[in-house]
Design a binder for this molecule. Structure first.
Ligand SMILES: Cc1cc2nc3c(=O)[nH]c(=O)nc-3n(C[C@H](O)[C@H](O)[C@H](O)COP(=O)(O)O)c2cc1C
Length: 380
């Protein structure tokens, strides 16, 4: 290995004593083509097999905590029936040498009525078209219990922890944002009250790990730092959320970005990157994970060397390079691919839905060499 990459392979320790062997994290990546009840399928297995050997931490993607959560084909942690699939995922990650956490999530207003098994599509505040309705106070509390139940299943399945999915406009972010939360009860009406849903989820998850006497069980939190629109989340609000989160027994914070170097839009110094602003604000209190459009070894290293993140999460580069860490460790970093090449389509081991998305140019997949059409996905 070229010694300049050595910093990426230094271990770090979480505040609950767990050591992560290096600075490379697998970003949560939904791959679709899951079974009808979230089961792992042959194409899922083929995709994940040996995909992230060498990474320190694997974040298993969007995993539904309740039937009303489902917005697309994805794994689930809803009942004991989900344990075999969860166990297989945990084994698959551990076999590749990574610590493994599951991203627990709910789509909220963006759930698909055809997939929610008879449950209503629900959100902090309903819409006037009847597409989704306002959750009752009891339902909000039940949903917190569903996040805890999912965590208990995940713990039993042998995972090392969970990541609370507070990003990308799904249910938890819908509670945090004034644009989507118009409630005036315990769960909304002021910035502090909009934080109550995620904060009480953390308490409920912490109670699960205490019940099982598992202080080593990791709880992380992912958030999107800004939203467009007048009432959308601002950097200032995000920094307040970070402070509130850091009062809780979390092990890491993980930002969701498409570009690691994206500058703040408003509510903070717009000359600075979101990464730097949040990292400076955290000020060493907890490890912070950065992400966004980092494909090559040099790009990953440069991002890490900004000092704005304790770990770098990698998404799209793993889609194209199922042996990314091996390429870095064996001095073959020049072979890292940054474009999908249809002549090598088989080697990426994409699921059929991912291939379809690439063919039609959905913007969140790596761009392909041969087809230039790109469009903005409605789905993500
Ligand atoms: C195919 C695909 C699926 C994704 N699924 C999830 C997901 O389940 N949960 C999540 O928080 N982010 C998801 N993301 C976002 C990634 O975690 C990551 O933040 C983003 O892709 C930017 O990093 P990258 O440029 O290294 O890919 C997904 C991204 C892609 C490309």
């Amino acid at each position: 290995m070229n010694p300049k990459y050595a910093p990426l392979f230094e271990p770090y320790r979480l505040n609950n004593g767990v050591e992560i062997k290096n600075r490379l994290t697998v970003a949560p990546l939904t791959i679709y083509d899951q079974g009808a009840n979230g089961e792992i399928t042959e194409v899922n297995r083929r995709f994940w097999e040996n995909r992230f050997r060498g990474f320190g931490l694997y974040i298993m993607p969007f995993t539904n905590v309740h039937p009303s959560a489902i917005g697309f084909e994805s794994p689930q942690a809803i009942s004991e029936a989900d344990l075999p699939a969860l166990k297989e995922y945990a084994d698959l990650a551990h076999e590749q040498g990574a610590k493994a956490v599951v991203q627990i999530a709910h789509a909220g207003s963006r759930a698909q009525p055809a997939m929610t098994k008879g449950y209503d599509v629900i959100a902090p505040t309903g819409d006037s078209f009847g597409h989704f309705r306002t959750m009752t106070d009891a339902e909000v509390r039940e949903m917190i219990a569903s996040f805890a139940n999912a965590t208990e299943l995940i713990l039993k399945a042998g995972f090392d922890g969970v990541e609370i999915h507070g990003a990308n406009g799904w249910l938890i972010q819908q509670f945090v944002s004034a644009a989507t939360n118009l409630r005036t009860d315990h769960w909304g009406g002021s910035l502090e009250k909009r934080f109550n849903f995620p904060l009480e989820i953390i308490d409920a998850l912490d109670a699960v790990r205490q019940k099982h006497n598992r202080p080593d069980f990791i709880i992380g939190y992912r958030f999107s730092p800004e939203e467009p629109g007048e009432r959308g989340i601002t950097m200032k609000e995000t920094l307040a959320l970070v402070d509130a989160l850091l009062e809780k027994p979390l092990q890491y914070l993980h930002i969701s970005l498409w570009d690691f170097y994206k500058k703040a839009r408003r509510g903070a110094d717009t000359q600075l990157t979101r990464m730097q602003i949040v990292h400076d604000h955290i000020n060493g209190r907890i490890p912070f994970f950065g992400v966004g459009n980092l494909y090559t070894a040099d790009q990953i290293l440069a991002a890490y060397e900004t000092g704005w993140a304790e770990s770098i999460a990698v998404g799209k580069s793993i889609l194209l390079n199922p042996n990314l860490v091996e390429l870095i460790e064996t001095g073959r970093e020049d072979e890292i691919e940054t474009q999908f090449d249809w002549d090598k389509a088989n080697e990426y081991r994409y699921t059929p839905k991912m291939l379809h998305g690439t063919r039609i140019g959905t913007d969140f997949y790596p761009p392909s060499k041969q087809i230039a059409i790109r469009f903005k996905s409605e789905e993500y």
